[in-house]
Design a protein around this ligand. Structure first.
Ligand code: TXA
Ligand code: MG
Length: 324
């Protein structure tokens, strides 16, 4: 279908499209999502089509508040409730056994559903107007960098969707942290915007499952994902790479440090060394670099702590496409 893609802040318009089983890009605090009625197979199939997303990859179901969890999840361990009570609305997704009301296409045939309460005023108001939850993956073509502002969505999906609900730039800028429960034990499926330090305050012994690349329980765990088109190298020693690639046009994304290249080809994520600021700017920096006429994007490893772990996780997957 070819649409004239409009961008605006009109939640009534967004609600009208969604109620007619069309798909709409919505803002969240993490990244923009490509939303559809999670209970309607036809609407959800349009999300897979617009994203060119493989049908084995399940979608997160966005709900308006904690009272909705039991509408869609068949069993909710006490600890899952405690996590939602502590961190929702916020960048936390919890995978729980699903109820039949959630169609198989939404969960890619899995018997579990991923639930999240996004922390963005526009999307929360939108959810409050609807009598169904919203299935929404990140609003990027499959495998590409997630969008953190309406313009990123427009550039990637114009013509494919009728409406982009513009909620400004995303505050956290990294996808939600995904946790699964099996036999009452919590497993970390995807590092994300809810920093590991905060999570460990509630679950000190959480088990990591994020590096299992060949059998992706959660396809955000796919080895290669989140990639720009321009070659990306990740390193602790940017100076060495600069010397090795003297013949190439280079862009650099650094955490805090400056490098001797043209200022329009250098993005310093946080001159003050603030990890949250850096996370909120990371994807915009990748989008920016990917649009420049350069041969190579060099990216510094972020500090290996708290949300820096999630940033390095994404960067490693982004670089994996280019590692032979
Ligand atoms: O921050 C976010 O989580 C954003 C915003 C829009 O909410 N969404 C997002 O969705 O990142 P997506 O589809 O790009 O990533 C969702 C991840 C995928 O790795 C998917 O495989 C996993 O969650 N997932 C979703 N439902 C699942 C399920 N039932 N079982 C296992 N993994 C699931
Ligand atoms: Mg995604």
């Amino acid at each position: 279908m070819n649409f004239e893609t409009l961008t605006g802040k009109d939640i009534h318009k967004a609600a009208a499209y969604l109620s007619a089983n069309e798909i709409v890009a919505i803002p969240t605090e993490t990244v923009y999502g490509l939303a559809a009625n999670a209970l309607n197979e036809q609407a959800v199939s349009k999300v897979f089509a617009a994203k060119k997303r493989p049908f084995y990859n399940p979608l997160i179901v966005h709900i308006k508040d904690i009272y909705e969890v039991e509408k869609y999840a068949a069993e909710v361990p006490e600890l899952a409730f405690q996590l939602f009570e502590t961190f929702a609305p916020g960048p936390l997704t919890i995978i729980l056994p699903k109820k039949d009301i959630i169609p198989d296409i939404t969960t890619a045939g899995k018997q579990d559903v991923a639930l999240r309460i996004p922390n963005h005023p526009l999307s929360l108001s939108l959810l409050a107007m609807l009598d169904f939850p919203l299935a929404a993956p990140s609003a990027n073509p499959f495998g590409y960098i997630s969008p953190t502002c309406a313009d990123h969505v427009y550039k990637q999906l114009k013509g494919k969707i009728p409406y982009i609900l513009d909620g400004g730039p995303c505050n956290s800028g990294l996808e939600s942290t995904v946790i699964a429960f099996r036999e009452n034990k919590a497993y970390l499926h995807r590092l994300g915007a809810l920093g590991i330090d905060k999570l460990k305050k509630i679950i000190p012994d959480i088990t990591y499952e994020t590096k299992v690349d060949n059998a992706p329980v959660s396809p955000g765990m796919l080895k290669q994902h989140y990639s720009p088109n321009t070659r990306l190298l990740l390193s602790d020693n940017i100076e060495k790479l600069l010397i090795e690639h003297l013949d190439k046009k280079i862009g650099i994304i650094s955490f805090q440090k400056s490098y001797p290249i043209d200022s329009d080809k250098l993005v310093i994520l946080s001159p003050d060394g603030d990890l949250n600021e850096a996370a909120s700017k990371l994807y915009a920096a990748l989008h920016y670099m990917d649009a420049l006429d350069i041969d190579l994007i060099l990216v510094e490893y972020m500090p290996d702590e708290d949300i820096g772990l999630a940033m390095n996780d994404r960067l490693e997957r982004a670089a994996a496409k280019f590692v032979k």
